[in-house]
Design a protein around this ligand. Structure first.
Ligand code: NAP
Length: 314
């Protein structure tokens, strides 16, 4: 068995989405020897968003394009990047923390957790069985497979309403199925969806089962007010019901809320000395690219300050 390379850093940032890249810009600029590691390629969730129209200063920009700009900006400050690194173990305690991935052992004085969040599952029969055979959590990735087909989007937040409208570029009909009779999405997204003739809202309803043979053919929904079940003939189901935090290997090692999101104070310090958190993985009232980027700045500066204070103490 080949020995893993051991690498030393002032800070290791877990996650290469907007929070992580922004943190890297601040720690790199603060002259911390910085590593940023990601289980996948860099860019995080926004890389899958077709367009963003609320990232300040850009008006309208592709998600992938924006994240390329974040990465290029972090590159300017000599940040070392490690993609495709699954985290196998983490020790957050002590002055030197360790992170073991498939290829390396990282030793670091500070850690910034910016691992983001992943789509929440419906937890209904058929969801797992038909994954990639009609069930998808990414309209931008899979929408084109549904040309002239009928799809159902589940949820009433921005993601459901915006991605539902996006799917009408391909699908001949898009049901948006929401468990209440008012949407959570912001008004501008609502208006656009209401005006879209291919979108039909189904209110007060939840999905209970996805059925089909090789591919999805039907979605069974239940009206929560009348308890009536309805069968919808659909070719695709896109759940957009929020997110759960990416806390594998962190669960139980750090203070979290009841949904697993990481707790922190206003400086984005966690309950563990030298461990900071930024972006969607933390307890926060808003999960946007701009808030993730702002978090990265706060956490990055907090890590720089923490290490300055450590030096004073020695
Ligand atoms: P969200 O705002 O949390 O909305 C989740 C939706 O799913 C809610 O309507 C919720 O219903 C519903 N839901 C939750 N659990 C459910 C279940 N088990 N069964 C059925 N329905 C369920 O999540 P999101 O839309 O993914 O957005 C996440 C964050 O990203 C938000 O802060 C959002 O503003 C932001 N975002 C912004 C944009 C944009 O600004 N362009 C685009 C996408 C996302 P209730 O309403 O009844 O709770």
């Amino acid at each position: 068995m080949t020995e893993k390379e051991v690498l030393d850093f002032d800070t290791v940032i877990l996650g290469g989405g907007p929070a992580g890249m922004s943190a890297a810009i601040y720690t790199g600029r603060g002259e911390l020897k910085t590593a940023i590691i990601d289980i996948s390629m860099f860019g995080g969730q926004p890389s899958n968003y077709l367009e963003l129209e609320n990232y300040p200063g850009f008006g309208l920009i592709g998600g992938f394009e924006l994240m390329e700009k974040f990465e290029a900006h972090a590159d300017k400050f000599g940040v070392e990047k490690f993609s495709l690194q699954e985290i196998l173990d983490i020790n957050l305690n002590g002055e030197i923390k360790t992170i073991e991935t498939g290829d390396y052992i990282f030793k670091s004085k500070t850690i910034i957790i910016a691992t983001g969040a992943k789509p929440r599952k419906l937890g209904i029969k058929g969801e797992q069985e038909f994954l990639s055979r009609g069930v998808s959590y990414c309209a931008v990735c899979d929408g084109a497979f549904y040309k002239d087909k009928v799809v159902a989007v589940i949820g009433g937040g921005n993601a459901a309403v915006e991605e539902g409208a996006y799917l009408t570029k391909f699908a001949k009909k898009v049901y948006i199925i929401h468990r209440r009779d008012t949407l959570r999405a912001d008004k501008i997204a609502q208006q656009r969806a209401f005006q879209n003739e291919k979108v039909e809202f189904i209110w007060d309803s939840v999905p209970v089962e996805i059925q089909g043979d090789k591919l999805v053919e039907k979605l069974i929904i239940k009206n929560v007010k009348t308890d009536k079940f309805t069968e919808l003939e659909v070719n695709g189901v896109f759940p957009y019901i929020g997110f759960s935090p990416n806390v594998e290997q962190l669960d139980g090692k750090i203070e979290q809320d009841e949904q697993g999101f990481i707790c922190c104070n206003a400086n984005l310090e966690t309950n563990i000395d030298g461990v900071f958190v930024a972006g969607d993985v933390r307890v926060t009232p808003l999960r946007q690219v701009v808030t993730a980027a702002a978090d990265g700045a706060v956490a990055g500066c907090a890590a720089v300050k923490y290490l300055e204070n450590q030096k004073v103490r020695v």
